[in-house]
Design a protein around this ligand. Structure first.
Ligand code: GRF
Length: 193
């Protein structure tokens, strides 16, 4: 049996973080046990920190505002991830643009609430809702230097119902996020060689 270590980076609410802890952490898939070895948050008041405590996990808080540059902040992240010998890093609601210092040194995946390459950036849910699109969806992709631009790994979509509200649109997106992210982590760590 093998063990694969993950790191999760988040910035706020942490519902995707909790979903991963619930469905993936300390569980075995196809002979591989996946362990969450590192949690990093760049906001000291993020609710996700409390969610992680329920699972007995402490979060390392690294506030980007204490660094002189994006590169210095990224270097700190990379050092922590390397120290723990992490196999896969997951950005789950981590709201920071990462530089090549991070992207060239860490194998990471990101969850994004739209059908990429459409609606990149921080307002994807609202922008996709306000578009003419008849489908919405979510994407998981490898993290590259281009914001929300790395190679796609998985996507899930839903149909727009007539008269759908923004809240309903968002609910659909979150429901798919809770499906796609654990599935992708398991696929990458336990079902590919
Ligand atoms: C999710 O919609 C994710 O796609 C986006 O940020 C949100 C994070 O939500 N990048 P949560 O913190 O996991 O609840």
């Amino acid at each position: 049996m093998s063990v694969k270590k993950i790191a999760i980076l988040f910035s706020g609410n942490g519902s995707n973080l909790e979903n991963i802890l619930k469905k993936v952490h300390n569980k075995t898939f196809n002979g591989t046990t996946i362990k969450c070895e590192l949690l990093i948050c760049n906001k000291k008041d993020a609710f996700g920190i409390q969610r992680a405590k329920k699972y007995g996990l402490e979060t390392v808080i690294i506030e980007h505002k204490n660094f002189n540059s994006r590169e210095e902040f990224d270097e700190k992240l990379v050092n922590l991830i390397k120290q723990k010998d992490i196999d896969l890093t997951i950005l789950a609601g981590f709201m920071r643009i990462l530089t090549p210092v991070f992207t060239k040194n860490v194998k990471a995946i990101n969850l994004h609430p739209s059908i990429l390459p459409l609606f990149k950036g921080a307002n994807a849910i609202k922008e996709s809702f306000e578009s003419d699109m008849l489908v919405g969806g979510v994407s998981v992709h490898f993290v590259s230097e281009e914001l929300d631009g790395g190679k796609l790994i998985n996507q899930l979509v839903f149909y727009r119902k007539k008269g759908m509200s923004l809240d309903e649109w968002e609910e659909n997106i979150h429901a798919l996020e809770y499906e796609i992210l654990p599935k992708t982590i398991i696929e990458l760590l336990a079902f590919s060689n």
